[in-house]
Design a protein around this ligand. Structure first.
Ligand SMILES: [Zn+2]
Length: 235
């Protein structure tokens, strides 16, 4: 795998035509996790995935669509159309560099615009290659239905991957009366009674974080291999 730590020559010599674009966010993650959480996890998982697939992994896109978290200090959001434009520009750059299989790997649940964007780029078909979408944010809801934000899964993963020690002093488990879709009109902080977390952070353990990280890497690798298997067949 090659990434931002490599020289241009090293990236050229890697001779891969697969690239990964991890996409995160910079937004409030309750009182115990850093605002970088999504982007940090996106990059960690994708770098591990790239080791197994030999891909060129870009630095994680640190900004996403975080309108639902704008009540929380430190949150910044792009408008959906700005994120769409960023993905258009990044994929065009990669196509021009000779990459033919570009994977947009999403780690933030509210980056909805990524999916139609990928479809639109492929529909335009201006370059020799395809863009694929892998939703790793989605993966975490399976088996952890309401652990939506700064909960058990994210907190466990940060315990395992983040060098700093987490303080769970002021943290509580929160199960709001809202549905996830209600975040269209109510902010995350309001919906969670000011806690800013939706789920079960107090259930987090480092051991679960390791397992979740490994599962997430395995899920993305499997999905990439599945797509490449199909794509290489039809080419
Ligand atoms: Zn998050």
């Amino acid at each position: 795998m090659v990434n931002k730590e490599n020289t241009s020559l090293e990236i050229k010599n890697a001779k891969t035509d697969i690239a990964l674009i991890p996409v995160g966010a910079t937004e409030q993650h309750a009182s115990h996790l850093p605002v970088k959480t999504d982007a940090f996890l996106a990059e960690k998982v994708c770098e591990e995935v790239a080791k197994e697939t030999g891909a060129y992994v870009l630095p994680a896109m640190p900004f996403g669509n975080s309108i639902e978290n704008m009540e929380g200090a430190g949150t910044v959001t792009l408008r959906p159309m700005t994120l769409r434009a960023v993905i258009f520009d990044l994929t065009e750059s990669l196509f021009r560099q000779g990459y033919k299989k570009i994977f947009v790997v999403n780690f933030h649940g509210a980056n909805f615009v990524l999916k139609p964007t990928v479809r639109e780029i492929n529909y335009e078909g201006k370059f020799n290659g395809k863009v694929f979408y892998v939703d790793s944010a989605y993966g975490k809801f399976e088996g952890a239905k309401m652990d939506l934000h700064s909960g058990d899964v994210e907190t466990s993963m940060m315990m395992y991957l983040w060098k700093k020690k987490l303080s769970l002093k002021n943290v509580k488990n929160v199960s709001p009366v809202y549905n996830r879709a209600d975040l269209d009109w109510v902010g995350m902080v309001s919906a969670t009674g000011g806690a800013g977390c939706w789920g079960f952070p107090l259930n987090a353990t480092l051991k679960k974080g390791k397992k979740e990280f490994e599962n997430r890497v395995a899920f993305v690798v499997k999905e990439i291999n599945r797509i490449l298997g199909l794509y290489n067949n039809i080419k």
